[in-house]
Design a protein around this ligand. Structure first.
Ligand code: ATR
Length: 273
């Protein structure tokens, strides 16, 4: 259970399992302070197991919550329980943002827009290789196709890549040639537990090059992992999971408060963990 709220406080939270590692409370509370809302708004982390998720969310509005972020493993459940949702969230099949207002729960997905805005340039027309076929990969593939990229999807379990492409578009790839892509996105969980990406993914440490952009959506809080370190050594552009976290959080912040998110403040808070 979360702490009792001050009366009149507008509460926000991230719901996850696990959630203790989340940088979202630090990032959003810094943002609220920067725009002068910290005396009337507050953001907290709430640990909730899958079997208690629906019930927990349904009581939040009565406890003063006006919105929430939702992280692993609750994103599909958040979409399913909402009274209303955006077309984007329904197409991706997951919601990372909830808004409580007027007695209803509305679901949105800001992961896709957050991913696109973290890229150093528009992916329109680019050849993009997406590694993975889970929930994170779905948002990435949806976003890249919407931006006009040409998307190939590799996954350890090939049938899941085929299913993802059947649902959203893009082409499954069994043995991609990474050198032929301008954009490479790791949206597998490889790296989270310290695994060697070059042992598990169809990438070679010495085959990345300037002109490529390499994105690792995993964030461990331990700085760039071996994938982004090798990409940077090769002169490629790199985007890490913290930048994507900041961008999706900024989009959620704007949705809840109606204010322009203070990106630099959010980035500094997210990185100072
Ligand atoms: P999420 O919703 O966070 O994307 P997920 O649905 O569990 O989580 O997906 C995890 C992704 O990481 C999957 O693409 C998974 O590949 P499989 O579909 O073959 O399971 C990928 N993954 C996890 N461990 C992996 C490993 N050791 N090697 C390669 N891919 C791995």
């Amino acid at each position: 259970m979360s702490a009792p709220a001050r009366s009149g406080l507008r509460r926000l939270a991230v719901l996850g399992h696990p959630v203790a590692h989340s940088r979202s409370p630090a990032m959003h509370n810094a943002a609220l302070a920067a725009v002068g809302l910290d005396d009337s708004w507050a953001y907290e982390a709430i640990e909730v197991a899958p079997d208690g998720f629906g019930q927990r969310v349904r009581t939040m509005a009565a406890e003063g919550f006006v919105g929430a972020n939702v992280t692993v493993p609750h994103k599909p459940a958040a979409l399913a329980l909402a009274d209303g949702s955006s077309l984007r969230a329904r197409e991706i099949g997951a919601a990372n943002t909830l808004v409580f207002g007027g007695g209803v729960i509305t679901a949105e997905n800001t992961d896709a827009a957050g991913f696109v805005s973290s890229l150093p340039s528009s992916p329109a027309g680019a050849r993009a290789l997406v590694l993975g076929a889970g929930g994170a990969a779905r948002a990435v593939v949806w976003a890249l196709l919407r931006e006009g990229a040409e998307v190939e999807v590799w996954n350890r379990t090939g049938s899941r890549a085929t299913e993802l492409c059947d649902a959203l578009g893009g082409s499954p790839s069994l043995a991609p040639d990474p050198a032929s892509f301008e954009l490479i996105v790791n949206s597998t969980s490889i790296g989270l537990g310290g695994e060697d990406p070059f042992a598990h993914l169809p990438l070679q440490e010495d085959a990345m090059a300037p002109g490529q952009t390499v994105v690792d959506i995993v964030y461990t809080g331990q700085g760039p992992g071996p994938l982004l370190e090798a990409a940077a050594r090769a002169g490629a552009n790199t985007v890490d999971g913290i930048e994507i976290l900041v961008r999706q959080g900024a989009a959620s912040f704007e949705l809840w408060t109606g204010l322009e998110p203070p990106l630099d403040v959010m980035r500094a808070a997210a990185r100072s963990g």
